[in-house]
Design a protein around this ligand. Structure first.
Ligand code: ADP
Ligand code: MG
Length: 246
């Protein structure tokens, strides 16, 4: 895929829940090999935006493209699209009744029809890379929260997604476990993975994001480079939000 075409593009996306507007006219572009951070108060629509991007929610209006293909087109193969997007949530990402290795090989084997031996080989390589080489045979409840989130990232990566959506993946972790998960995201950025993430870790967003979008009541109120949004916010509301949170 050409590097000129955004991996993700949203145009005038609108989403309502029971009459209340949760996303209003959201425009967003995520260029290949870049990281976009969504920031904003709780309830501002970050998770909903990610869920719409991952086709886990239907939009009410507007359109979304993945690699130049309109995925909100009613004729789009939604399951095929979902297989090109990796998603990691705040918590409870792993199937508790499966080992780490089984969690990671599930989608490659069942959905992508990768033979078991190869799927396991790839899973072990991923686990090694994420510092979980010794944990392949464990069940999730034997892992720390940070290890679980790293395993969840490994699972999302196992299908070689075009785009990773990360929704506050450190929010449920004890503070001392946050760093190891953020390190993985840094590594993935170094490898050129395209990511769209929601985070309350402002220092991290500032460091890792190429683009920062501030959401306010479902609208992208401000967007720019991390330098611009954090260093010199244009909107009063952004300024107030950053003052409160930092
Ligand atoms: P954030 O992730 O920024 O905290 P969300 O996207 O979770 O924000 O929520 C945005 C708004 O949408 C909130 O007012 C929330 O209550 C509402 N909302 C989210 N999901 C649903 C849902 N499934 N049904 C009804 N309202 C929802
Ligand atoms: Mg959220």
């Amino acid at each position: 895929m050409s590097d000129d075409v955004p991996v993700l593009r949203m145009e005038s996306v609108r989403k309502t829940f029971g009459g209340s507007v949760v996303l209003r006219d959201v425009d967003l572009e995520v260029a290949p090999h870049t990281v976009t951070a969504l920031i904003g108060a709780s309830g501002s629509g970050k998770s909903t935006l990610l869920r719409c991007a991952g086709l886990l929610e239907d939009v009410d209006d507007g359109a979304i493209w993945l690699d130049g293909e309109e995925i909100t087109d009613p004729r789009a193969d939604r399951d095929a699209v979902r297989r090109r997007i990796g998603v990691v949530f705040q918590a409870y990402n792993l199937f508790p009744h499966m080992t780490v290795l089984e969690n990671i090989t599930l989608a490659p084997r069942r959905v992508h029809r990768v033979p078991r031996a190869r799927a396991e080989q790839q899973a072990r390589e991923l686990l090694e890379r994420l510092g979980l080489g010794a944990r392949a045979g464990e069940y999730p409840d034997r892992l720390s929260g940070g290890q679980q989130q790293r395993a969840a990232i490994a699972r999302a990566l196992a299908v070689r997604p075009r785009l990773l959506l990360l929704d506050e993946i450190t929010a449920a972790l004890d503070p001392e476990l946050v760093g190891e998960v953020l390190d993985v995201v840094r590594d993935l950025k170094g490898d050129g993975m395209t990511m769209l993430l929601a985070t309350h870790e402002m220092g991290f967003a500032r460091e890792v994001a190429d683009q920062v979008c501030f959401l306010d009541s479902g609208a992208v109120l401000e967007r720019g480079t991390a330098e611009q949004v954090f260093g010199d916010p244009r909107q009063d509301r952004t300024r107030r939000f950053l003052r409160r949170i930092v």
